[in-house]
Design a protein around this ligand. Structure first.
Ligand SMILES: *Cc1c(COP(=O)(O)O)cnc(C)c1O
Length: 386
């Protein structure tokens, strides 16, 4: 349907994907179709829209945009990132196994272990940075491999093409949570993934004003199954939220360019700071998987984490409470810079022992570097770290 976009560059696709002038008025921006139902001229005779849980024109435009920017055939929008994840797991049945990364967003871990394990789906967590760990965990029951790359919050990189080879051999689906990288930096479908998932709440929306999720896939049958789950389970976003994300996507490329530049500057500043121990950012040449990051990504983004030499909670709390431009908040990917304490905030739902085993210490601080002037961000961090 959107084949005219195949030959275009990302910046053009971002602006034009899903943006057909409104057929009834010519409005250049897709209107917010705030309606729950659609009038039929005779029973079963309609214009392709029956009920807004199943179809909505604003959502349709956005789903088209999701597909185009991820080089996929089909997009589906959900009421949150975890609702999109939830839909993917609902492809499975009791007794099926999922291999997932041991460093991942805390809410995904909670959904897997606290909700779906009760329904008999089994989750095996491994360090996916070493693809052998995934291959070794495959059994005849493996139906899905779930990875984040870069991971939240330790910025570990997994080789998507190598995992895709493992998933194909196992006859399992590969889903990549592409929230951190965004399609500006990485396109998992091009590397062999079956499904791309996004928390559109983050970079796609980009302005910290909406909660939303996305799935993108190429396979028609897989799209039908996921669409069936979307309309049957009902976790759909409202038209206003779809409008906001459509609008957010239009500046994704210019925002990401600045996130990249600022991320580079802040990561190098932190690394040279005498009070700082480790900095986790996938653009450093000595990052353990830099060679893979360099090949599968087009830049390294504005997400990073660090620890202080004094790795006590007190020292971390002092920094977290002292920044003035970096706001202390969960979430990421907005135009404004945020600072976060994963152990007590975004990743509090992961048991402490599990966290520490994976390297997520009590003192770890995560930054979402925004698109303010980098000099001001550095000044703010300087005064906060002291
Ligand atoms: C925020 C986030 C999610 C969950 O998305 P919501 O929109 O908050 O439901 C999933 N994965 C990653 C990497 C995230 O950062």
């Amino acid at each position: 349907m959107h084949s005219q976009f195949f030959s275009m560059k990302l910046a053009t696709k971002i602006i034009h994907a899903g943006a057909e002038p409104d057929p009834s008025t010519g409005a250049i921006m897709t209107p917010i179709y705030q309606t729950s139902t659609y009038v039929q001229s005779a029973p079963g005779v309609n214009k392709g829209y029956e009920y807004a849980r199943s179809q909505n024109p604003t959502r349709k435009a956005l789903e088209e945009a999701f597909a185009v920017i991820e080089n996929g055939k089909h997009g589906l929008a959900f009421s949150s990132g975890v609702a999109a994840t939830d839909a993917v797991i609902k492809l499975l049945s009791s007794g099926d196994e999922v291999i997932a990364g041991s460093d991942m967003y805390g809410g995904t871990y909670r959904l897997f272990t606290k909700v779906f394990e009760r329904f008999g789906v089994k989750f095996i967590f491994v360090d996916t940075a070493d693809v052998k760990n995934i291959a070794n965990a495959v059994t005849p029951k493996t139906k899905l491999i779930w990875i984040e790359t870069p991971t939240n919050p330790l910025m570990s990189i997994t080789d998507i093409s190598a995992v895709a080879a493992v998933s194909k051999k196992a006859g399992a689906l590969l889903c990549v949570d592409n929230t951190f990288a965004t399609p500006y930096l990485q396109n998992p479908l091009d590397l062999g993934a079956d499904i791309v998932m996004h928390s559109a709440t983050k970079y796609l929306g980009g302005h910290s004003d909406v909660i939303q999720g996305a799935l993108v896939m190429n396979d028609d049958a897989l799209r039908e199954k996921l669409y069936f789950i979307q309309k049957s389970c009902g976790a759909v976003p409202g038209p206003m939220d779809c409008f906001l994300v459509l609008r957010g996507i239009k500046t994704l490329h210019v925002r990401m360019k600045q996130h990249n530049e600022n991320g580079y500057v802040v990561a190098h500043f932190l690394r040279k700071h005498p009070k700082i121990d480790k900095v986790y950012w996938c653009g450093f040449h000595d990052h353990p998987n830099y060679n893979i990051a360099k090949v599968q990504m087009r830049g390294f983004g504005g997400m990073m984490s660090f620890t202080l030499k004094d790795d006590s909670v007190e020292a971390a709390v002092k920094v977290l409470s002292s920044t003035k431009l970096f706001s202390l908040a969960e979430s990421l990917g907005g135009v404004e810079s945020l600072i976060n304490h994963p152990a007590s905030m975004t990743h509090a739902s992961i048991p402490r022992e599990e966290r520490i085993k994976n390297g997520l210490t009590d003192g770890l601080i995560r930054l979402s570097v925004g698109i303010e002037d980098a000099d001001d961000l550095i000044e703010d961090l300087k005064q906060a770290i002291g």
